[in-house]
Design a protein around this ligand. Structure first.
Ligand code: FDP
Length: 338
């Protein structure tokens, strides 16, 4: 079979009228930056990139050296290309404008440069997540308020998982596609087109150590899965938790399953654990485009009106039928459905 590189794929998408030249160039630049992050992560201890950076990000989380390096790689790669009005990142409180010496474009890029960073030092998969929005017309100085658009307006979303292989998963709203990095050639090659997530599954991912802090409908839902064949669901379920969202989502993209980071008493005041703009929204777009579902347990993630760049939300995503059951239990508990 003839292999199709990411560049060829993007040219084909342009010819089909599904992306414009500026967006396709932007994705090429992001993919190139991610190849550099892959090189840095692959070096591990030999590259001097492991361990703490000795700084904290704006969410008060300790930054790893690779968080900082990955953020710089993405900012630097995207500053000069002319496709962006501004960038926003998990690692920076405010959006970063494009320096005056470079031309500005019509897009806004949001990213989590290195997701799952607690796994870096133990050689477990980590990843980059990104989301692309259109900069509102007439805005020459893009600020936070211009980024606060619902996930349904995303023009593109993707993630790269730095695992045994480096894999890019991408959507422009016309299906979800996977590219695998050919390290010898240095190109991402299309490895799966139009991925479909099975509607049924018997595999779920959740941090069980938070169980006692969950809300009653979450206790009920997971309790029923754990009861297995003898319980109300009448079948056995298996559990996985990598604790890198990219790796857990990539498993779902590959063989189905569900991922939950629900509200719990410890994180309730923050609104959840995961970030809406650069974690939940891009992943929800990718999952829905592959036939899955993504909710907060109560609402469709992509329809939320963001209120802050670093807003947190509960995340339920994956195989459709299970996400529907878990969401239904929450709505019933709230009295919204009988
Ligand atoms: P991390 O804090 O290591 O960056 O983005 C947050 C995240 O990882 C997700 O990638 C991951 O799914 C989750 O947090 C892990 O949470 P737990 O520490 O509760 O396992």
């Amino acid at each position: 079979m003839k292999s199709i590189s990411l560049i060829q794929f993007l040219i084909e998408e342009r010819r089909a009228g599904r992306v414009n030249a500026e967006l396709s160039l932007l994705i090429e630049v992001v993919a190139r930056a991610c190849k550099r992050i892959a090189v840095a992560t692959n070096k591990g201890a030999l590259g001097g990139v492991l361990g703490e950076a000795g700084t904290g990000n704006i969410q008060g989380e300790a930054q790893k050296k690779l968080d900082v390096i990955s953020n710089e790689i993405l900012l630097e790669a995207n500053a000069w290309g002319g496709q962006l009005a501004a960038c926003a990142s998990e690692e920076m409180e405010d959006p970063q404008p494009i320096p005056d010496m470079y031309p500005k474009g019509n897009h806004l890029l949001l990213f989590d440069p290195l997701d799952g960073s607690s796994n870096i030092d133990v050689n477990i998969s980590v990843g980059t997540i990104f989301s692309v929005l259109r900069c509102p017309d007439g805005v020459t100085d893009a600020k936070t308020e211009h980024f606060l658009q619902p996930g349904t307006t995303q023009l593109a979303a993707g993630y790269v998982v730095y695992g045994p292989a480096t894999v890019l998963v991408l959507t422009f709203g016309h299906g979800t596609h996977e590219f695998t990095l050919d390290r010898e050639v240095g190109s991402f090659i299309l490895s799966r087109r139009d991925i479909r997530i099975s509607e049924e599954t018997a595999e779920f991912a959740i941090n069980m150590s938070n169980q006692r802090h969950w809300e009653p409908p979450m206790q009920r839902y997971i309790g029923e899965l754990l009861a297995g064949k003898d319980g109300p669901r009448g079948k056995d379920f298996n559990m996985r938790w990598v604790a890198s969202m990219v790796a857990d989502v990539h498993r779902i993209i590959t063989r189905g399953g569900t991922f939950f980071y629900p509200l719990d008493a410890k994180i309730k005041s923050k609104g959840g654990k995961l970030r809406l703009m650069y974690e939940a929204n891009p992943m929800a777009f990718i999952i829905e485009q592959a036939g899955g579902a993504a909710t907060t347990g109560r609402e469709r993630i992509l329809e939320l009106q963001p209120t802050g760049l670093h807003q947190r939300v509960p995340v339920f995503l994956g195989s459709k039928n299970e996400i529907e059951v878990a969401t239904h239990y929450h709505l019933v508990a709230d009295g919204a459905q009988g």
